[in-house]
Structure formats: structure tokens, C-alpha cells
Write a protein that binds this ligand. Sequence first.
Ligand code: COD
Length: 298
Amino acid sequence: MIRKLDELVERAKSHSKKKIAVGAAGDYEVLDAIKHAMKLGIIEPLLVGHKPKIYTIAEEIHLDLEGIEVIHVPDPIDAAFEATRLVREGYANILMKGLVSSQHLLHAVLNKEHGLRKGDILSHVAIFESPYYHKLLGVTDAAMNVSPTFEDKIALIKNAVELFHKIGFERPKVAVVGSVETINPKMEATMHAATLSMMNKRNQIKGCIVDGPLALDNAVSNKAAEIKHIQSEVAGDVDIVVAPDINGANFLYKSLNFIGGATSAAVIMGARVPIVLTSRADTERSKFLSIALAAAME
Ligand code: COD
């Protein structure tokens, strides 16, 4: 089982090279991450955006674009649509966001005619390596579904579990978290968590072990679980945290990365292909690891 994000890179290297279409590719960190992944033979890019800008940045960062297809679409929103269309047409098997807002790229992806929907809910899954946790930690959904309904949460679990299966986890442990580990009818997230947990026990949610409600402390710490007398296969050893909504997940995402010493990789799951949707504030390493995560999936 993978325990470090670097192992994703090794996994991606062992697969055949993937083609990645980047929408609005004229961005330093994005092109730097692409350069890094190209050097390791993980990907071959298809760059869509403002061509002169892409070439200027490439020269500055010593990215050799010889033999690389660069398509001139100067407007970032149009470039996001064009990159998405190219993926849909089969010219690439990963989509990546460049210098365009997440919402614009997501609109292109969700477009009924030209987008990348398969019919399911799309959702964001981030994977963290933290110096304070003994394994990788998945978090969903920090970037796409604002207020997931109960049904949405079933899809969020399915997407995150699918990602974990695709990187070699047989039966990931899923914690549906809230502020408390007990059911409180005034806290809808705890009601959702308990029902999702029971659906898993009754085999309505498969391929994983789901428990909830759990609070974050007892999901990641055995000691915290013991103090509360929680008996659970998931407590203290969680692989995937399902947050109540985008606010909870996003706070966790940013806390881990900015003050928790963690490193992360993230993708959007549930579309026809994995989508790399890092935010502007993410480091080059995080962008590179997200490309590696998308390329590491079987
Ligand atoms: N999966 C599948 N289909 C979806 C999803 C989804 N997650 N979300 C919306 N759709 C479909 C709807 O069923 C509908 O058919 C169509 O898309 C439009 O739906 P709306 O009107 O609810 O969606 P929009 O266009 O207003 O916005 C969709 C976004 C994904 C852009 C929106 O949910 C959003 O803004 N999410 C947060 C993005 C963000 O700011 N992330 C940055 C945080 S770091």
C-alpha cells in the first residue's frame, strides 16, 4: 500500500505515458509542473492557451517545447473549453486547469454537449502526506460540491473510493466526519454519516469500510478514539475523510497544507478522465504530484 506521495510518482512511471491537455497553459507553476512530469516520462502535454505567452514562459523555465503541440487560444475561458473538447474527442486522457478560474474550467467540464460528464456526480479528492499521520489521508470535497446532499455524499464516497482502488488500496477506510461522533438530529451531517455507515454495513456502499459520525480527532487518532470509547475499524486509521460540506473540507485542505506541514495531490473524479484542478496558491510540487496522481491511476 502506498504510504508516501512520492510512491505515486513511481507508480505513474511504471505505466505508459499519459497525454494531458492543459487549458490556459500560460502559467509559470503549471508549466514548471508539466516540465517536471515530462522529465520523468510520466506525461506528454497538449498545451492550449496564449501561444506567445506559453513560449515566453517555456523559454524562461527551460522547458523544451520541441515536438509538443501548442494550440493558440488566447482567451482563458475559450482555452478551457477547447482543452476539454480535445479530451472529449480522445486527444488526451487527463485534463488540467491552467490560468483560468476553477469555475470556468468546471463549467466547460459540466457542459452537457461538449463536456466530460459520465452521468455521475463529479467531485474533488485530495490526498495528503502529513508528518503527523502514519499514512496518506484523503479528503473530499474541498473544491467542487458546495453543499452536498445525502445522495451526493454517496457519490462522493464512490468517487474517492474509486480513486483509492485505482492507486492500489483494496478496501479504504472512510470516515464521514462532523463536529461530534454522536448522532445529533440538529446536526444534519451526523444523520447523513450514520445512514451512510449503515448503508455500507448493508452492502449498499461497497469496496470500502465506512464509519460515522466521527469527529476528525477520533478519525485520525487512536488515542482520541479510546478516550471516547469508540470501537471502530476506521477510527484512528482513516484513509478518506468525507467532510460535511465544501467549507469543512476546504478548511482542512488549507490547514493541512499551510500550517500543518503537509503536501498534497488532488484530482476531480467522476468525469470521463481525471481532472487536475489545483488552485493558484498550491505549490509547484503539489501541482506536479497532482499530475502524478492522475497518471498513477490504473
Ligand atoms: N457533478 C455533476 N454535475 C454537476 C455538478 C457535479 N458536481 N455540479 C453541477 N452539476 C450539473 C448540474 O446538475 C446542472 O446540470 C449543471 O451542472 C449546472 O449546475 P449548477 O447550476 O448547480 O452549477 P453552476 O454552473 O452554478 O456551478 C457548478 C460549479 C461546479 C461551478 C459550482 O458547484 C461551484 O461553483 N463549485 C465551487 C467551485 C469553486 O469555487 N471551487 C474553488 C474552491 S477552492
